[in-house]
Write a protein that binds this ligand. Structure first.
Ligand code: HEM
Length: 398
């Protein structure tokens, strides 16, 4: 059976609303499925996704080893160059020595101690935002709580001043750029991403220049001080941090609450960390990540040759009964054996995982405490995106 027969259709609203039955069919019928519309091999099993994320025969890019021609790929469209320049020089899309160098520098900002120091700020922000939602009797949980918290935290960490009017543009810029991470993005999506890439880069270039003149106690100033990053690497990595620093956290908060409300369950506040891990597994906010095959690999008798692209189906891996047992499709807020792949694995393992966990537990704790009777006032609508999967809004009353 190929992927299309399994009803794998990332452009259909029904599939985005519930991709899990299609994943089950893919898992039942093979380890690697050719998906012609994107020319990718879909990988649905936990064991394979987890192993391939750690396998150095694959990479987020191939340009550190091959030219486009050698790799059998068309060079990216020249009209989209501002997006590619921005994307290709950030930590996530580098491999080998460049990745190791930048990861080492940025990791210094994400030590357990740095995150520990943020605890009071994150809790205070979460309490305030939830307090405002409760005082208003309800509203859109996404716009009023889920989004402002991680945006404010990551903006503060990088040193994006609150008084800069661009702070309000971080979210739309990010949304436009992330449009390019969906499968086969439209020309319109590419145009929006290009405009956002230019504007976002210009703003950061100016902010970096400002921090060179007046260093602060922030990540941009520390990256300037080590003098090991080019200007482009710095801009690209800051954009990555600002975008990755909120996109998935927003969706995990909202998708997680929708799951709780739909299932009619509430986590035990004493065991909130365990419950948050389960929500991260049960409805994975980032459904798939891609890798280029740099040297031939073999999966279940199928040879996937150099030059191919694999799509690692995180959402499927996290529901794989071979790893999570017969309750893989069940929400179990007390699950402790939970090796989900939601934050990835290997050299690109999410640098912000401790921060994301802190933000999620803080928001969930405040909602449980201040809004124990929270309920939906309208069925939410999924955004069209499959890779970065989340709702348009979540309307609630308290
Ligand atoms: C629930 C929230 C989050 C989820 C599910 C998530 C997930 C991921 C995943 C799966 C990757 C690896 C992608 C791959 O291997 O191709 C990744 C990388 C990354 N994430 Fe997160 N992330 C979250 C929050 C954050 C936050 C709050 C930050 C803060 C800055 C962040 C920063 C990064 C960075 C910098 C990388 C690139 C690491 C590298 O390439 O070495 N993420 N994230």
């Amino acid at each position: 059976m190929d992927a299309a027969d399994a009803a794998f259709d990332p452009w259909s609203a029904d599939f985005v609303a519930d991709p899990y039955p299609a994943y089950a069919r893919l898992r039942a019928t093979g380890r690697a499925h050719w998906f012609a519309p994107t020319r990718q091999w879909l990988i649905p099993h936990h064991e394979d996704v987890s192993a391939l994320l750690r396998d150095r025969r694959l990479g987020r890019t191939y340009t550190h080893r091959f030219t486009h021609e050698e790799f059998g790929q068309e060079p990216p469209d020249a009209a989209h160059e501002p997006f590619h320049t921005l994307n290709d020089h950030g930590l996530l899309d580098l491999e080998a020595a460049d990745h190791a160098r930048i990861r080492r520098l940025v990791s210094k900002a994400f030590t357990p101690r740095t995150v520990e120091n943020l605890v009071p700020t994150v809790r205070r922000l979460a309490a305030g935002l939830v307090g405002d939602l409760v005082a208003a009797g309800g509203g859109d949980l996404l716009a009023s709580v889920a989004e402002p918290l991680p945006v404010a935290v990551i903006a503060e960490m990088l040193g994006v001043p609150e008084e800069d009017e661009e702070r309000g543009r971080l979210r739309p810029w990010s949304a436009a750029i992330c449009g390019m991470f969906e499968l086969n993005p439209s020309e319109e999506a590419a145009r929006r991403a290009v405009v956002a890439s230019i504007e976002f880069s210009d703003y950061l270039r100016e902010l970096i220049a400002r921090r060179r003149r007046e260093p602060g106690d922030d990540l941009i100033s520390s990256l300037i001080a080590v003098e090991e990053l080019t200007e482009q690497e710095m801009i690209s990595t800051c954009v990555l941090l600002l975008n990755a620093g909120h996109e998935a956290t927003v969706n995990t908060t909202v998708n997680g609450w929708w799951t709780l409300l739909r299932e009619g369950v509430r986590p035990d506040p004493e065991k909130l960390s365990t419950a948050v891990e389960e929500l991260l597994r049960y409805d994975t906010p980032l459904q798939m990540f891609e890798r280029w095959v740099l040297d031939d690999i073999e999966l279940g008798g199928v040879t996937i040759p150099r030059g191919s692209e694999v799509a690692l189906l995180f959402g499927s891996a996290n529901r794989d009964p071979a790893r999570f047992g017969p309750t893989a499709d069940t929400l179990d807020l007390t699950r402790t054996d939970n090796p989900h792949v939601t934050f990835g694995a290997g050299i690109h393992y999410c640098l912000g995982a401790p921060l994301a966990r802190l933000e999620l537990t803080a928001v969930f704790a405040e909602l449980l405490r201040q809004a124990p009777t929270l309920r939906l006032t309208a069925e939410p609508t999924w955004k069209p995106g499959y890779v970065i999967r989340g709702f348009e809004e979540l309307l609630v009353e308290v």
